[in-house]
Ligand binder design. Structure first.
Ligand code: ATP
Length: 559
């Protein structure tokens, strides 16, 4: 498919507002996509890689602006582009206004420079760009991007710029792609849903729906080595759980970081909650798998930091291990981690997502032989089946006394629903509620802290018509230099524009924020402000899972 035809379709979709019209337009696009269907199904959502693949392009706004400026000629600089984006708020509009394409030099000439771009070529180039690593990779990335922009029509530049910066925002979410797949290829929605849950790949599912129909979709299964979205929990109480299910499975809630452990019998992979491959950062988990797993499996769990007696240490300690790329052995000496497993999604070739939780737990116990790991505490936590409040409370007291965060209450009959924050898993923590908010701005520090970003503007997610992020407070105090350095490293690539000391940031990093109370505020458009917001932790979750403004309003009303 030609890239300009794809961009024309995006322009049409962008002009629509009713969900049904959007789905119909995306279905038409899918029907016309031919061999490029998998790529089109991803691009339309602003993705280059399948949802299970945590690879990123790693193109920050500055690099993109510099590439655009080069393609626009000597009279335009990266700073000019940045200024225009700050004025208009949309890199796509700015890219479309520039007079691109007549530039020569490195990257400008390819054999087919004069011919039209295709979706396949854009995909190939972006993948090659993502694979660029090592010394000088920034400038090689810029060259590639310049090469692409230099061949773009204005509309192509608009959508390419948005795609590389993760700001596609044409109104096509995962739900529209799912429905468009169902409609375009006349397959049952349940079959599409199943296929998406096990594969996490909208491109693959669209192609299988078209080429192999319902049978093909039902035939898709989990694959060891390909991560699944984690099932999520809601806050809840023991009373609620007992009312809903009669018998409640109670487990300790561990204060660590979520992992998904894949073991093929020979090889181990460990994925984070965001499906990033963290195998190398956590060698203990691989060693555990080789030592203690009886069969190939996909298991869900948590890594926790433990002291020498196996007692839990605070969550922050795990984070120090989690993202580590270098000096893993040294980090391991400083903080050791232990594995806790609470679910079994797949064992010996059999998918268990549709099997009730109590049975999955029994399978988990059969898969894990943790006799050798006693020193580190129990790997598979004890599951209490409770049908009265007292039994739940006894488990809860014991969990809190032994230094854990709280308890999880699970419906023993429930299936595993990847990516869903359903009512079948409830979490109960005694602490005051914290909020997961997205960092949307910051200020450069002063004096000793001049090289650090600080004073973080944190925003809640806004759903519906005004979709986006609304600031609700500024987190400024009580952050250690080490954390500031970490935050600065993560936030710098997200800088979209600067004015004086203040920077605007692409909404990407999520912080867990504590506060004293929620006030109504004239200062913020959101109408809500957190009193004494403080940083509790950096969260490893995507901004789409941050707390919403609606939730904050509920909390302020005491709900
Ligand atoms: N026994 C357990 N069963 C399920 N999840 C557990 C368990 N122990 C700890 N957890 C952790 O609790 C989380 C469940 O809460 P939720 O789905 O809301 O995720 P979260 O947003 O990361 O929340 P939180 O801040 O409460 O950890 C899981 O993601 C997992 O990391």
């Amino acid at each position: 498919m030609r890239f300009d035809a794809f961009c024309d379709a995006l322009t049409r979709v962008e002009a629509l507002s009713a969900d049904t019209d959007i789905v119909a337009a995306v279905a038409d696009l899918f029907a016309a996509a031919d061999a490029d269907l998998p790529v089109v199904a991803r691009f339309v959502q602003g993705r280059v890689f399948p949802a299970w693949d945590a690879t990123t392009l790693d193109v920050g706004p500055r690099l993109c602006y510099a590439a655009l400026a080069r393609a626009a000629g000597p009279n335009v600089s990266g700073d000019d582009v940045e200024r225009r984006v700050a004025e208009t708020g949309d890199v796509g509009d700015v890219a479309a206004e520039l007079d691109l394409g007549s530039q020569q030099g490195l990257g400008a000439f390819t054999d087919d420079a004069a011919s039209a771009l295709t979706v396949a070529v854009v995909d190939e180039e972006l993948r090659a760009l993502a694979g660029t690593a090592g010394g000088g990779s920034e400038s090689r990335k810029e060259d590639r991007l310049f090469g692409l922009f230099n061949r773009c029509t204005p509309d192509e530049a608009r959508y390419l710029a948005r795609l590389v910066l993760g700001e596609m925002r044409v109104g096509v979410g995962a739900g529209s792609v799912r429905d468009a797949t169902t409609d375009a290829f006349e397959v049952p929605p349940e079959a599409v849903e199943h296929a998406l849950q096990v594969s996490n790949d909208y491109g693959l599912v669209a192609r299988v729906a078209r080429d192999e129909g319902e049978t093909g979709l039902r035939g898709l299964s989990l694959e060891v080595g390909r991560p699944v979205q984690a099932m999520l929990a809601q806050a809840g109480t023991a009373e609620e759980a007992l009312d809903a299910w009669e018998t409640v499975a109670v487990e300790t809630k561990f204060d660590g970081a979520r992992i998904q452990l894949h073991y093929s019998g020979e090889e181990t992979w460990v994925f984070s909650r965001n499906m990033a491959d963290v195998t190398d950062a956590l060698p203990e988990v691989g060693e555990f798998a080789e030592r203690s797993l009886a069969e190939p499996a996909i298991l869900d769990g948590e890594v926790v930091a433990v002291d020498d007696d196996g007692a839990p240490l605070p969550f922050q300690e795990v984070l120090r291990r989690f993202r580590r790329k270098h000096d893993v052995e040294r980090a391991r000496e400083e903080v050791s981690v232990a594995v806790r497993l609470f679910d079994c999604l797949h064992a010996s070739g059999e998918d268990l997502l549709d099997v009730p939780f109590a049975e999955r737990h029994a399978r988990l116990e059969a898969v894990v032989d943790d006799a050798e790991d006693e020193g580190e505490g129990e790997t598979v936590p004890e599951l209490t089946l409770a049908s009265d409040l007292e039994t739940v409370e006894t488990h809860e007291e014991r969990a809190l006394r032994t230094g854990h965060e709280g308890i999880m209450l699970k419906n023993p009959e429930s299936t595993y629903t990847p990516g869903r924050r359903g009512k079948n898993w409830l979490k109960r923590k005694p602490d005051v509620e914290t909020l997961d908010l997205v960092v949307t701005g910051a200020e450069w520090g002063e004096g000793r802290r001049a090289s650090f970003l600080g004073t973080f503007e944190v925003s809640a997610r806004v759903e519906g018509e005004n979709e986006g992020f609304a600031p609700v407070g500024k987190v400024a105090t009580g952050i250690t230099d080490e954390t500031l350095a970490d935050l600065t490293e993560r936030l710098e690539p997200l800088v979209e524009s600067e004015s004086g000391k203040a920077v605007d940031l692409r909404p990407d990093l999520v912080l867990e924020v504590g506060y004293e109370e929620i006030q109504t505020s004239q200062n913020y458009d959101s109408g809500a402000a957190l009193r004494f917001p403080r940083l509790v932790a950096i969260r490893e979750k995507p901004p789409e899972e941050a707390d919403t403004l609606a939730r904050i309003r509920e909390l302020s009303r005491g709900e």
